[in-house]
Write a protein that binds this ligand. Structure first.
Ligand code: ADP
Ligand code: MG
Length: 405
């Protein structure tokens, strides 16, 4: 696709160059007052037409910054020369005003500013020449209203600057967009590949784990040899967990059904489930919820999201602290807050959340938050973190509310 794009541009470029060359040749030969008795001025004009054409024709081969500067210099020399050779053609002055426009075509910021500066300095020089040396002899249309001409010139430069500023901004945005699309495509392919690999790895792991469990129970083996079995099984469990979590992210969207999810009953069942887990470190989960609210999502996935976030809150908490879960409807949104009083996160840590395998825990998988963000995005929800190091964290989860029935 990219190749086609560049080929198209090249075609357009050469068509434009041919038009420009045809116009320059017309200027040189069509009813040119100097054609009948060509002097040094006319020859210079011809030589410059030749050089400028060659530069434009070979530009696509080099495309370098230096070559762009050369084009601007040759173009400036060309336009200033014809301005002096043909003093009666007042419209040549227009070309001088628009010389910086050439660098807009190259989308080169530095070159544009350089060209704007050089052109302004050259026009100041030119106006001084007209005012003090020529004194309206050859260029009466400039010297008669020097101030007006200066203002017009500055105005034209301002317009050029404006055009450049707007089109450059748009181009940058497009570039960014293109990069994002490329990145998404890359992620999609690598994701599919990784999912296939993960799936293939899971089967041999299960077999190895099964045999290890069998050997662990085998009484004929020496205890000394069995020492490492539980460690091996633990490690295999972690690997299995990572793979299952990963596969749940890579699962295609069409596998999940949209349902009316009762937020209150999901939160109730999740807190009941995790309270047992919290008991390990004497942590309690307090659920404050008055009204029933509903969202459109998949119940299992929504549960998975809440479990991951409450689990993180419990794991960040000190022994004996509680985790507070509140939920309420606010206008068209259902807002769930999970607050802990644990070790909190710095701004950099918050920014890293959702990055695959980002975990500060010795036994963490670093996939929990990535799963949560995926689920939230899928059902048009958002997750927001407010955290202070050493004080605690409040996670705010918001989903569009759906009315019952
Ligand atoms: P895991 O829990 O497996 O480490 P997650 O993606 O769930 O992976 O979380 C990534 C990291 O984010 C955690 O390791 C932890 O450092 C940080 N984190 C997440 N939630 C909290 C929280 N409530 N308080 C402090 N740190 C948190
Ligand atoms: Mg986690």
């Amino acid at each position: 696709m990219k190749n086609k794009h560049t080929q198209f541009n090249l075609k357009l470029y050469y068509s434009t160059v041919i038009v420009v060359m045809a116009l320059m040749l017309l200027g040189l030969f069509a009813d040119n007052p100097l054609l009948h008795h060509p002097g040094p001025g006319y020859i210079t004009h011809g030589v410059l037409v030749f050089f400028f054409s060659i530069c434009l024709l070979i530009y696509p081969i080099f495309k370098s910054h230096v070559f762009r500067i050369i084009i601007i210099v040759v173009a400036s020399t060309y336009f200033y020369t014809i301005f002096f050779i043909y003093p009666n053609t007042w419209s040549n002055f227009l070309f001088l005003c628009f010389i910086p426009a050439i660098s807009i075509l190259f989308f080169d910021t530095k070159l544009f500013y350089l060209s704007l500066l050089l052109n302004t300095l050259s026009v100041i020089g030119l106006f001084s020449y007209v005012a003090f040396v020529d004194r309206g002899d050859l260029f009466p249309y400039i010297s008669e209203d020097l101030i007006g001409n200066s203002i017009n010139f500055l105005g034209s430069q301002a317009i050029l600057y404006f055009i450049f500023y707007l089109s450059y901004g748009r181009l940058e945005k497009q570039k960014l967009y293109y990069e994002q699309i490329k990145q998404t495509e890359r992620l999609k392919t690598t994701g599919q590949l990784a999912a296939a690999v993960a799936h293939e790895i899971r089967n041999p792991l299960t077999v190895v784990k099964g045999f290890l469990q069998l050997y662990e129970k085998e009484t004929t083996y020496k205890e000394n040899n069995k020492r490492h079995y539980s460690l091996l099984i633990d490690e295999l469990n972690t690997a299995e967990q990572v793979i299952s979590q990963f596969l749940s992210i890579a699962k295609p969207d069409k596998d999940t059904e949209l349902e009316l999810v009762n937020v209150k009953s999901v939160l109730q069942s999740v807190t009941d489930l995790l309270n047992t887990y919290g008991l390990l470190h004497d942590n309690e989960i307090v659920l404050n919820m008055v009204e029933d609210c509903y969202i459109a999502a998949n119940t299992i996935e929504f549960k998975q999201l809440i479990i991951n976030i409450i689990k993180n809150a419990l794991e960040a908490s000190k022994d004996g602290d509680s985790v507070v879960v509140t939920a309420e409807s606010e206008k068209d949104w259902v807002k769930i807050n999970v607050t802990d009083f644990g070790h909190g996160m710095s701004k950099e840590e918050i920014d890293s959340l959702g990055t695959p395998f980002y975990s500060l825990k010795s036994k963490g998988t670093g996939l929990g938050m990535m799963i949560c963000f995926n689920i939230a995005t899928k059902y048009k929800g958002t997750i927001h973190f407010d955290s202070e190091k050493g004080k605690g964290t409040t996670v705010t989860i918001e989903f569009p509310a759906t009315q019952m029935g």
